[in-house]
Design a protein around this ligand. Structure first.
Ligand code: SAM
Length: 230
């Protein structure tokens, strides 16, 4: 387990505190619609941090090709079992070096907010080095009130209560976030480190990697399409 990260509940837990069995049960939201609306039909997507394939599956069903990357073998085992010919690659995202470029690279699940700035730089460098010249990078960032509107909770379409219990500064601009996922018959928790990034800090981080915002895709500014800088 990475320092500052922890997960509790049944089944395997990844180094960043994610529960494999929880993600296998968690419903997908509007992510596939946002993605499909922002990229060419049938594009080959490099999905960084795929987890069990919660979002991968609907993308395959919509006719996209997906190469799924994750550091967790237990997560990737579930992705490999999906129909649709998905390719899996086990690697830390920040050290990925495939001899191939993709029309679409995706870094979702707020991974761009990782507490370790060097890891974030590595992740964005990998996005830049794996996207084709005319391609795009889709990034999911935290909402402006992610760390201030706490505690909060919502019930998702699959009946899971997702609760952000707290977000407390632990120094160096990083917060420790505690989350709970409550199903009728099981509870999982995750504690993780996240670095809040204003829109301009986020755009600076993109620029450092040779990327720039092409479009904010959602009204809340959480989904972003970025492109290589000229
Ligand atoms: C919060 S889960 C989300 C999974 C998936 N994107 C979803 O929405 O269901 C984050 C995933 O990213 C993976 N991950 C986190 N940091 C990583 C890193 N540095 N390199 C590779 N995988 C990483 C974890 O193993 C986990 O499967």
């Amino acid at each position: 387990m990475r320092e500052g990260y922890e997960g509790t509940g049944p089944g395997a837990i990844t180094p960043d505190g994610c529960a494999v069995d929880m993600y296998a049960r968690l419903a997908v939201g509007d992510e596939p619609d946002v993605i499909a609306g922002a990229v060419p039909p049938g594009a080959h997507i490099l999905e960084l941090g795929s987890g069990v394939g919660r979002v991968t599956r609907p993308l395959l069903e919509r006719g996209f090709r997906v190469t799924a990357v994750d550091e967790s073998a237990e997560m990737l085992e579930k992705v490999a079992a999906l129909d649709g010919g998905v390719r899996t690659v086990r690697s830390p995202i920040e050290r990925l070096d495939l001899d191939e470029k993709f029309a679409v690279v995706m870094l979702a699940s707020f991974l761009v907010h990782t507490g370790d700035a060097a890891v974030r730089r590595g992740m964005l460098r990998v996005c830049r080095s794996h996207v084709t010249d005319g391609g795009c990078v889709l990034i999911q960032r935290q909402s402006e009130d992610y760390h201030t509107n706490v505690p909060r909770e919502r019930v998702d379409s699959g009946g899971c209560t997702i609760r952000i219990v707290s977000s407390e500064p632990v120094g160096d601009g990083v917060n420790e976030v505690r989350a709970e996922y409550v199903f009728p018959d099981a509870v999982w928790t995750q504690t993780f480190r996240a670095r809040p990034l204003t829109r301009s800090q986020f755009e600076d981080a993109l620029a450092e990697a040779g990327l720039k915002v092409d479009k904010y895709l959602t009204d809340d500014g959480t989904w972003v399409r970025a492109v290589p800088m000229g």
